[in-house]
Design a protein around this ligand. Structure first.
Ligand code: BES
Ligand code: MN
Ligand code: ZN
Length: 498
């Protein structure tokens, strides 16, 4: 998709040559003399249009307006949340009308965060997955013009950030949506190598031999039941001097999770193709970094493999030795995410990271706790937690902090190894995080459990691309290179090095 930003008045929008106009109408609107203003004025007066966010009034062939279709949409006071509501209310109509060229115009200037919400909302609402369909979609949205009352540097920077975020989100959606036979560990690694063609990006891919040499016995135990060879992907973005310690992102890359010998029930098992959404979000972040080129250093680590049952698969009760040297009793082979992540967390130590954030569709329990609205956030460091919470609020990609009291780790005790890979059923998202924490003791660490937020089920089944928005927002704030998008609230200590 092609996005463009341009200064555009309502009078100018009347002459706009697009197929359709979306007009975001916020409170305080004062009609001018042009046809569009008049139309909005009348509609408001007749109460056919309201300022309330998400109220939509469609129009067709209005006199004095060039675009055949018009959607007037209320967007409250123009806050980011209202803009998001407004855009998601109107996009289904835009999609079903098969609009190819769209212009989004606003009656008054939006702040940077709201403008980003508008761009992201249009991209989200028009996204279609096509990779494994035999027929291409006939008419897709191709070009979107955002007309703003004034185009200043703040708006331009916000827009550029939003466009890069969109391309990252769409890459994450693409890989997460692909069926497991079209998104094997090998193919994921190739996608990462593709990204590394961009300047400042490098990629190293390791296979079973190298991973064995590193001593990643925990990761290898998950992969051993599959015919697909594992991959360990190391992406590096260097935008700052080598002396600057990087942020390391670790993405769970289980390309399919059957549960292994502790097999999952058949119903909805297909959704376990999304079990590499954490990995996909890391790819998405690197895609956006390649476009934005901020002055930071970021490392992406992706342990990727399938979790399959097999004659050679790891069995409940087996004890394996992780790269850290800690032995693990695998009581449930379906708790495999933590088994591949723990070795990646140990590997992360070599980068002397400023912070390590792992992203994983880790537990059904997190989905039960927080639903599809907020991702679960765990952190060993308060400043890092605050920075991630704030980034989530700003990017409208929310998370919520859950506790890490040591008492939650009681259930992980084992008579046969240093630690077991599962505790009891209670507090399952937290015990999973407690397991990971044992491997992340030597740097500020956070864990995002995206089991509830990475994809939607039902009619809208598909990947969301979360938490690419949150992560990018955090990284750009960390780099200080996004001066134009200031947090709305007072800073709560965004340095993860505190
Ligand atoms: N990939 C799943 C987590 C998951 C389940 C995400 C459902 C989204 C929807 C993970 O590997 C898993 O199976 N976790 C188990 C852990 C349990 C065995 C302690 C779970 O949540 O049931
Ligand atoms: Mn599992
Ligand atoms: Zn899993």
């Amino acid at each position: 998709m092609n996005f463009e930003i341009t200064p555009l008045s309502l009078a100018g929008a009347c002459q706009d040559k697009s197929d359709a106009l979306i007009v975001l109408v916020s409170e305080g609107f004062k009609p001018g003399k042009d046809a569009l203003s008049q139309l909005i004025g009348h509609a408001l007066q007749a109460k056919d249009l309201e300022f309330k966010a998400g109220k939509v009034l469609p129009g067709y062939l209005a006199p004095g307006i060039h675009a055949a279709r018009i959607w007037l949409v209320g967007c409250g006071q123009g806050s980011a949340a209202s803009v998001k509501t407004a855009i998601s209310a109107v996009m289904p109509a835009v999609k079903s009308a098969q609009i190819v060229n769209l212009t989004v115009v606003m009656v008054s200037s939006l702040d940077a965060v709201a403008l980003q919400a508008a761009v992201q909302g249009v991209a989200d609402g028009s996204y279609v997955y096509t990779t494994t369909l035999s027929k291409p979609i006939a008419r897709k949205l191709k070009k979107v013009r955002f007309g703003v009352p004034v185009l200043n540097a703040v708006a331009q920077t916000a827009f550029d950030t939003a466009v890069a975020t969109v391309s990252g989100v769409e890459l994450a959606k693409e890989w997460a949506n692909r069926p497991a036979n079209h998104a094997t560990p090998t193919l994921l690694a190739q996608a990462a190598q593709q990204l590394a063609k961009s300047a400042k990006l490098t990629c190293q891919v390791m296979g079973p031999k190298e991973v064995a040499k590193l001593g990643m016995g925990s990761f290898m135990s998950v992969a051993q039941g599959s015919r697909e060879p594992l991959r360990f992907i190391v992406l590096q973005y260097q935008g700052a001097s080598k002396q600057q310690s990087p942020v390391v992102l670790v993405g769970k890359g289980i390309t399919f999770d059957t549960g292994g010998i502790s097999m999952k029930p058949a119903a909805e098992m297909d959704e376990m193709k999304f079990d590499m959404s954490g990995a996909a979000s890391v790819l998405g972040v690197f895609k956006a970094l390649g476009q934005l080129k901020p002055s930071i250093n970021v490392v992406g680590l992706i342990p990727a493999c399938e979790n399959m049952p097999d004659g050679l698969a790891v069995k409940p009760g087996d004890v394996v030795t992780s790269m850290s040297g800690q032995t693990i009793e695998i009581l449930n082979t379906d708790a495999e995410g933590r088994l591949i992540l723990c070795d990646a967390l140990t590997y992360a130590e070599r980068f002397k990271p400023a912070a390590v954030i792992d992203i994983a569709t880790l537990t059904g329990a997190c989905m039960v706790a927080l639903g599809a609205v907020r991702s679960g956030l765990f952190a060993s460091n308060d400043a890092l937690a605050a920075a991630l919470l704030q980034a989530g609020e700003q990017a409208l990609d929310l998370c919520w902090r859950l506790p890490l009291d040591d008492d939650y780790a009681e259930g992980l005790k084992s008579n046969f190894a240093d630690v077991a890979n599962v505790g009891g059923r209670a507090g399952g998202a937290i015990t999973a995080a407690k397991f990971l924490q044992r491997f992340a003791a030597s740097y500020p660490w956070a864990h995002l459990d995206i089991a509830g937020t990475a994809w939607k089920n039902g009619a809208a089944k598909g990947a969301t691309g979360r938490p690419v928005g949150l992560l990018l927002q955090y990284l750009l704030a960390h780099s200080g290179s996004q001066a134009s998008v200031k947090p709305r609230k007072a800073k709560t200590g965004v340095s993860s090095r505190a």
